[in-house]
Design a protein around this ligand. Structure first.
Ligand SMILES: Nc1ncnc2c1ncn2[C@@H]1O[C@H](COP(=O)(O)OP(=O)(O)OP(=O)(O)O)[C@@H](O)[C@H]1O
Ligand SMILES: [Mg+2]
Length: 263
């Protein structure tokens, strides 16, 4: 496959409208793997549930006045010219900065119409951030509202974590449609770059049948094995690369980083 580096793309969203498929775990470990490879990375918590922010010890940043994506979008919607750097927490890990989540009520507070007016400004901030960061990895929530449209529209590529289930086919089709609609609206291509089957169980016989079904999408398929190290690493607020460098799941994420991003 052609890597994102070869394509000179850098703003990448991890997205799937389905909950609990491994979006946040994937965003964390993609960012961690890229940092390990010496890259400058910004992670963006686009989910008001703030799981990613909590992981990086920044959940309190959802409070008003402390700087987060919700305040950034509010300022843009109000016609302001916020600076990304005033909302970013530096060095949550060496080489890794974080734009933390806004509070849970942000969707209602801003409303779809005002959110829409923030879209172009947010996309410009993400594009501009590539002057400082080689990679911007956006975690997103299991919904498909205006906030998700803004985040997808600001991205150049999409990584889709999925579970091996027949129902995932319809979910993937819906996401591909949403991405196409965002791309049509912005007039910029947005690439559905890879599918990642998280929680893969290598010995399940049905797996081959699923692989065949999903291969019809012509999107490169990766797998991350189901591993007890994943929930354990989350509990400890450590990435897989930090706390289980030799686990199979870590090798799977390292492979994804190498093939889909860096090669
Ligand atoms: N490879 C894996 N092996 C075992 N468990 C995993 C693996 N990947 C993810 N999980 C577990 O699946 C659960 C959901 O993961 P995660 O929070 O990343 O999903 P999500 O898609 O971000 O969820 P949400 O839609 O709520 O944001 C977590 O408990 C996580 O520990
Ligand atoms: Mg999540």
């Amino acid at each position: 496959m052609t890597s994102l580096r070869a394509l000179d793309l850098g703003v990448v969203i991890v997205a799937n409208q389905k909950g609990g498929v491994g979006k946040t775990v994937t965003a964390i470990n993609l960012a961690s793997g890229l940092v390990k490879a010496g890259e400058r990375v910004l992670v963006v918590d686009g989910d008001p549930q703030a799981n990613l922010s909590l992981f990086f010890g920044a959940a309190e940043r959802a409070k008003p006045g402390t700087g987060n994506i919700g305040e950034l979008l509010t300022s843009l919607a109000d016609g302001g010219a916020p600076r990304l750097r005033d909302h970013v927490i530096r060095q949550v890990r060496r080489g890794l900065d974080l734009l933390p989540a806004g509070h849970r009520g942000i969707r209602l507070e801003l409303g779809d119409e005002r959110l829409k007016t923030a879209a172009a400004g947010f996309a410009a901030l993400m594009a501009g951030a590539r002057a400082e960061y080689r990679w911007i990895i956006i975690d997103s929530s299991p919904s498909n509202g205006e906030l998700e449209r803004i985040l997808i529209s600001s991205s150049e590529a999409v990584i889709v974590p999925l579970e091996y289930q027949l129902f995932s086919v319809a979910g993937l089709e819906a996401l591909i449609e949403d991405v196409a609609s965002c791309a049509a609206e912005t007039g910029r291509p947005i690439r559905v770059h890879a599918i990642v089957f998280t929680k893969a169980e290598k010995n399940v016989a049905r797996m081959d049948a699923y692989r065949e079904i999903f291969s019809t999408f012509r999107i490169p398929i990766f797998e991350v094995c189901k591993s007890e190290y994943v929930p354990r690493s989350i509990e400890r607020s450590r990435t897989l690369f930090e706390c289980a460098p030799s686990s199979y799941a870590t090798s799977d994420y390292a492979r994804l980083v190498e093939k889909a991003f860096l090669e």
